[in-house]
Design a protein around this ligand. Structure first.
Ligand SMILES: Cc1cn([C@H]2C[C@H](O)[C@@H](COP(=O)(O)OP(=O)(O)O[C@H]3O[C@@H](C)C(=O)[C@@H](O)[C@H]3O)O2)c(=O)[nH]c1=O
Length: 152
């Protein structure tokens, strides 16, 4: 627990979420909360496996609009820490996949937002054809050319 505290200075876990997807190829995201509700998220896959993506939306970051991806699985026990100001999404690589999230801010529907997982500017190479995406995720707008990013 002290190791975790060192990685999350002055933060408390206030919410735990559980997500389940029955179909392989499902994409969820890319989600984030606007300041002042920007949060750390700790993500772990507890059943099946996912291709997990973090996109940097921090306007003053040298990696603005770049992304990283990792495979998380129930076998590799990896856990990702997603920093405030970054969007998060994943694609399930197996049927019946479950993720566990620890959050440092409460869910705030009015602060919740997202960008399209297939936005051409992000150049994310999802490993599988997208088999399922929520209506909300399909309705996110592509990034504007002058997208300013998030100021934390
Ligand atoms: C995240 C969340 C959603 N909800 C509600 C809102 C909505 O009606 C329903 C489903 O929510 P969503 O459509 O956001 O579910 P989902 O698409 O699974 O959202 C998740 O996607 C991944 C990529 C993340 O990073 C998570 O933090 C979360 O945003 O649950 C809550 O009541 N509390 C919560 O904490």
């Amino acid at each position: 627990m002290q190791e975790l505290a060192a990685l999350l200075p002055d933060q408390n876990i206030v919410q735990i979420n559980h997500s389940f997807s029955d179909k392989s190829g499902t994409v969820r995201g890319l989600h984030f909360q606007h300041p002042p509700y920007a949060e750390y998220k700790l993500v772990r896959c507890i059943a099946g496996s996912v291709f997990d993506v973090i996109v940097d939306l921090r306007c003053d970051s040298p990696t603005f609009l770049q992304h990283v991806s990792y495979e998380l699985s129930a076998e590799n026990n990896a856990m990702l820490i997603i920093p405030p100001g970054c969007a998060h999404g994943f694609q399930t690589l197996t049927d019946n996949t479950a993720l566990l999230y620890l959050h440092t801010a409460y869910y705030q529907p009015e602060a919740e937002d997202g960008i399209r997982a297939d936005d051409a500017r992000l150049k994310i190479r999802w490993p599988l054809p997208i088999s399922c995406m929520s209506e909300r995720d399909q309705n996110f707008m592509p990034l504007a050319l002058n997208y300013p990013g998030l100021k934390l």
